[in-house]
Structure formats: C-alpha cells, structure tokens
Design a protein around this ligand. Structure first.
Ligand code: FPP
Length: 246
C-alpha cells in the first residue's frame, strides 16, 4: 500500500467561491467577479501542475446555480464557452487533459460543442487532468446513479446481492476518477454545497478566506502545505498507520 499521507495530494478539488463579493467590494457588477474568476481558473490549472498535483477538479457550475438571475446564468455560460474556445490550443500545447463531471447534456449547445472538441483533442494526455464540474450536484448524481444501477439490476447486468461501493460507484459521474485527496473552498465559507459528497468521504478540507478572483499560486501552495501536516487515517488508528510511533 502506498503511504496513506503523501506530501502532495494527487487530486485537489476546489469550490471556487467569492466572485460576487470580490466584484461588490469594488463597486463592479457580479459578472466582473466571474470574469476575474476565469483568470484564477487559468492560474490554478498551471499552479497545481507545477506543485505536483495530477488532477484538479473545479466546481464551475452547480445544478443549483441555474436558479441565479437569468442574466448571471447567461453570462457564466458565455464565459465558459469563451474560455473553452480560447483554451483548446493551450491545453493541447501543454498536454492538459480536460474532463467533466455533471449533467453536461443540459448545457447550452455551444458549450457542449466546445467541451466535446476539447475532451476529444486532449483525451490521450496522461500526466495531468483538469476536471470541470458543470451542472454538477452530488444529490442529482446519486439519484442518476441509483436509477442507472436499478435499470442494470432489472436487466440482469448487476446482481443486487453483490451490491457494494465498488459496483455502485461505477454509475456515478466520477466513475473512473480517483477520489479527491484535498478539497479547498475559498472566500471564508465553510460549507460543502453539494460537491463530491461521497467522493470526499476521506478528503482533507482546507478553507481559505481568499476570494476566488484573488486566489494565487502561493494560496494553493499554502493549502498544500496545510495538507502535508495532516495525518490521513481512513478509519484506522495512528498506531496502525505508523507502528513505530508512540
Ligand atoms: C462562486 O462565486 C462562483 C461561481 C458560482 C461560479 C464559478 C465560475 C467561475 C470561476 C468562472 C467560470 C468558470 C470557468 C471554468 C470558465 P459566487 O458568485 O457565489 O460569489 P459570492 O458568494 O461572493 O456571491
């Protein structure tokens, strides 16, 4: 078994929060905060890789975010489409694999088109993966998975008596992704907000007061340094993990 507490988390997931407050504190419209938030997405993508992280998942749009004012939802979708359009060549050049989690088939057609192209063009890169959580919500994910699992049982492809986390988790939107080791939330809020509820079962959490548009490589490095101090026990005792420790 590999070390239960490696110094660098392989998979970091971030709840990007505080775009609206960043804008409000400057007397700017909320969408300006989101626009600056896209810059932080770029910064974090490369900072994580430089710091040795293998996978970065960003909570870019939740199922619940559809209930925001229509102009904000429209602006977010516009920013997302523009970002994907601009980023494709950079991802190919820098060997960044793009993936998504969430109900992406409900996103606007233009966003879906760019997502498909970027995912396809980067699918053979293996060193580093950026995962965008789009139209994602953990409860929706579980309901979708339960429905698909029940259908598989009814069709005889799964046996109810063999049900386990291993068999069921293959029906989640994260099916072939590793669990996050570290979840970071920016802006000082200390909530999980329906993000990777099952996958983060053994993740470490770091909450930083920094608003997402201000989030820099050194803020990420600080979160990773905090992670390195944690002992991950996965339900075991400290003594079991480090038999020589008293
Ligand atoms: C939370 O800030 C942020 C979001 C709901 C959306 C995150 C989106 C981006 C960073 C830009 C688009 C993403 C990509 C990948 C191109 P908030 O609006 O809830 O801030 P507040 O709590 O201060 O109001």
């Amino acid at each position: 078994m590999s070390s239960p507490s490696p110094a660098v988390p392989a998979h970091v997931a971030i709840i990007m929060d505080g775009n609206g407050r960043w804008a409000k504190s400057r007397g700017l419209p909320r969408i300006e905060g989101h626009r600056r938030g896209v810059e932080s997405v770029r910064t974090a993508t490369y900072a994580a890789r430089d710091l040795g992280v293998k996978m970065l998942t960003l909570y870019a749009f939740s199922v619940e975010n559809w209930s925001r004012p229509p102009n904000e939802v429209g602006a977010l979708m516009g920013l997302l489409e523009l970002y994907l359009k601009k980023e494709l060549a950079t991802f190919v050049r820098d060997r960044v694999r793009l993936r998504t989690i969430g109900r992406t088939d409900e996103l606007p057609a233009g966003v879906q088109k760019h997502l498909r192209a970027t995912i396809e063009e980067t699918r053979h890169f293996t060193d580093y993966t950026l995962v965008l959580a789009l139209n994602y919500g953990a409860r929706t994910e579980v309901v979708d998975a339960a429905r698909a699992y029940a259908a598989a049982v009814a069709a005889g492809r799964e046996k109810l008596n063999d049900s386990s986390w291993g068999t069921f988790s293959r029906y989640l939107t994260t099916a072939d992704l590793p669990d996050p080791d570290l979840v970071i939330r920016t802006s000082g809020e200390k909530r999980v907000s329906n993000f990777l509820l099952l996958q983060a079962a053994y993740a470490e959490f770091v909450f930083t007061p920094v608003l997402w548009p201000d989030f820099t490589k050194s803020d990420l490095a600080a979160a990773l340094a905090e992670f390195a101090t944690r002992e991950r026990r996965f339900g075991l005792t400290s003594e079991q993990l480090r038999p020589a420790a008293k």
